[in-house]
Ligand binder design. Structure first.
Ligand code: ZN
Length: 185
């Protein structure tokens, strides 16, 4: 069992082995692209500049007997429609890497936490103008959301429903720029 905690450092830059159908498994081994690396390189369909490993969605990649691979994911929040896309993207990425026999498992407990987003993931979210969720486990505290454009804490939520299902729309009162924010659970 390999946990996804180390997956962020095992990224391959999104390259997948272009294997022909006959020697797919052999190509994967000669190129050294592991199932973990292939799954870790899958990007989030709604936030395509971060991988599912960086977002903490990818929980485990287990290589089972007979070349079978079990991938465990935890969606960022219940009902996120991106989950079905992620499942398919994981299957395709692993098939390209020489692992055609893949089972994608969804684990809902423990629930996804914004704390699972890696440092790389937080930086990429900030670079893309998506305010990273505050790294706190409590929802009772008032969380300061800083504007990704100017850094002002004087922000407000305009809508729970942003441009994608997993982001809310916020606005900065200081520079008046709207920005998306990854939803808390
Ligand atoms: Zn601003």
């Amino acid at each position: 069992m390999v946990t996804a905690g180390s997956a962020a450092t095992a990224r391959t830059g999104g390259t997948a082995v272009a294997a022909d159908s006959e020697s797919a498994a052999a190509a994967a081994h000669t190129d050294g692209l592991t199932a973990l690396a292939a799954a870790s390189a899958v990007v989030d369909p709604e936030l395509p500049f971060v991988t599912i490993a960086e977002l903490g969605i990818l929980r485990a990649v287990d290589e089972l007997d007979g070349g079978r691979v079990a991938v465990t994911i935890t969606p960022t929040y219940t009902g996120c429609p991106a989950v079905s896309v992620i499942r398919e993207d994981v299957r395709v990425a692993l098939a390209d890497a020489g692992f055609p026999d893949v089972e994608v498992r969804t684990r809902l407990s423990p629930p996804w936490s914004t704390e699972w987003i890696s440092e790389d993931g937080r930086r990429k979210l900030a670079d893309a103008g998506v305010a990273p969720p505050a790294p706190t486990r409590t929802t009772l505290l008032t969380i300061t959301v800083r504007c990704p454009q100017c850094g002002s804490p004087d922000t407000e939520e305009l809508s729970r429903f942003g441009s994608t299902a997993c982001t809310a729309l916020w606005r900065c009162r200081a520079c008046t720029e709207p920005f998306p924010r990854v939803k808390e659970r």
